[in-house]
Structures are given as structure tokens and as C-alpha cells.
Design a binder for this molecule. Structure first.
Ligand code: G3P
Length: 223
């Protein structure tokens, strides 16, 4: 399973890249706003900066909601860097635009997906990625991971190549559960990725190994 980081923070992207396990980046307008990035030129430059740090695909979201606007914005974003994936909302004009981008060889990520039916539409339009928001489903007492499993079964039934990109991940167990049910990608906050490293028995075990090594070295020095 690929690990993407879900942020527009350049420092967090650098930190995740340095871990050696990062496969890409996803952003959205809220994450860009959180970093204080606004205005077309700054937004464009920020995507270029992200592409210069991260080695894999970088999702850049369109703001337009009409077909012509999505195409115009998406083509401009796609021309910035070969790793740019045009992120398009799950609306009628969005799915139609995904079909257009697919024919043009432009990678797409269909966002704001909350049902298997929506995921089926993404696959039929040829989206590169489908982004079901599992945390936001959990927030409304609906099982987000179960949706990932359902989409996996549907895509496998027909051999759809659209990659399931589990989004709105809130904690490390979401990542593990997504891996269990066969998500292709998990896009995560940095905190969820780094939490995977930790286990108290690892910490205790390492302390004991190092203490035993030190004791043996002291005994050898005395002898
Ligand atoms: O990028 C889309 C998604 O990951 C947003 O997550 O935490 O705002 O629900 P969240």
C-alpha cells in the first residue's frame, strides 16, 4: 500500500519524505488555506515547491465546479509538473471532466467520495484515484473502512484500474485497517504515519539490548 501525506505544509512533506516511506502528497483547498496559500500565482508556486520535495504523485485540487472551468484549471495544473494529479470533486461536471482528462492522459483524483455508487462512477470515467473520506464517514456513525472494502470488491469484480485512495484518515489504526481491506493508497496526516513507529515493547526491548551490551562491555574491560 502506498503512503501519501495529506497536507500542504512544506516542512511536514519534507519530514515525511525523509522517513523514506512516502509515495506522494494530497492537498485540498482547506489544507492550502491552513498554510496561508492564496492567489493563483502563490498556489501555482506552492504546487511546484511540493513537487520539488516529494518524489511521487501530488494531487492539486480544482476550485471550479463547472465543466469548462474544471478543464481550464486542470489542464493548467497538469502542465506544472509530470507528478501533478488533478483533483476533481464528485459532481456531474467533475466526472465528465475526469473522462476528458483520462482521454488526454492527465491523471485524476476524484474527491469527496462517500458511497460505493460514487466510486463506481469514478472507475467508469477512468479516474486514476478515487478518494473515499473514511474519517468523515466515521464522524457520522458510518463505517468508513467498510466502504473501502466494498469498493475493493466492486473494482475487483470488473478489473477496474482506478486506485482506491483512502482519505480523511485520522489515526494509525485507520492505516492498518485500510491495508487489511486492500486500499491501494492511504493519505494520512504526518501524526498518523509517525505513530506507526511506536510500540512500548520496542522501546523497552531496545533499552534492555543496549543496557546488556554496555554491561558486557564493562565486564570485558574489567577482565
Ligand atoms: O484531502 C481530503 C481528506 O483527507 C480530508 O480529511 O480530516 O479533513 O476529513 P479531513
Amino acid at each position: 500500500m502506498k503512503f501519501f501525506i495529506d497536507t500542504a505544509s512544506l516542512s511536514q512533506i519534507k519530514e515525511a519524505q525523509d522517513l523514506g516511506v512516502l509515495d506522494g502528497v494530497t492537498t485540498n483547498p482547506s489544507l492550502m488555506a491552513k498554510e496561508g496559500i492564496s492567489g493563483e500565482e502563490r498556489v501555482i508556486q506552492h504546487y511546484i515547491d511540493i513537487c520539488n520535495i516529494a518524489t511521487g504523485d501530488v494531487s492539486a485540487e480544482v476550485i471550479s465546479t463547472d465543466y469548462a472551468g474544471i478543464i481550464r484549471e486542470g489542464e493548467k495544473l497538469a502542465a506544472l509538473h509530470p507528478n501533478i494529479v488533478v483533483k476533481v470533486p464528485m459532481i456531474r461536471d467533475g466526472v465528465k471532466a475526469i473522462k476528458y482528462f483520462t482521454h488526454k492522459g492527465i491523471k485524476t483524483n476524484c474527491t469527496l467520495v462517500f458511497s460505493a455508487g460514487q466510486a463506481l462512477l469514478c472507475a467508469k470515467a477512468g479516474a486514476t484515484y478515487v478518494s473515499p473520506f473514511i474519517g468523515r464517514l466515521d464522524d457520522v456513525s458510518t463505517d468508513g473502512v467498510a466502504l473501502i472494502a466494498q469498493i475493493r470488491r466492486i473494482y475487483d469484480n470488473y478489473g477496474y484500474e482506478t486506485q482506491i485512495l483512502a482519505a480523511s484518515i485520522r489515526h494509525p489504526m485507520h492505516i492498518v485497517q485500510c491495508a487489511e481491506v486492500g486500499a491501494d493508497v492511504a493519505t494520512c496526516p504526518l501524526s498518523a504515519i509517525v505513530a506507526l513507529f511506536d510500540h512500548p515493547l520496542t522501546t523497552i526491548g531496545l533499552e534492555k539490548f543496549l543496557a546488556d551490551h554496555k554491561k558486557a562491555a564493562q565486564q570485558t574491560a574489567k577482565a
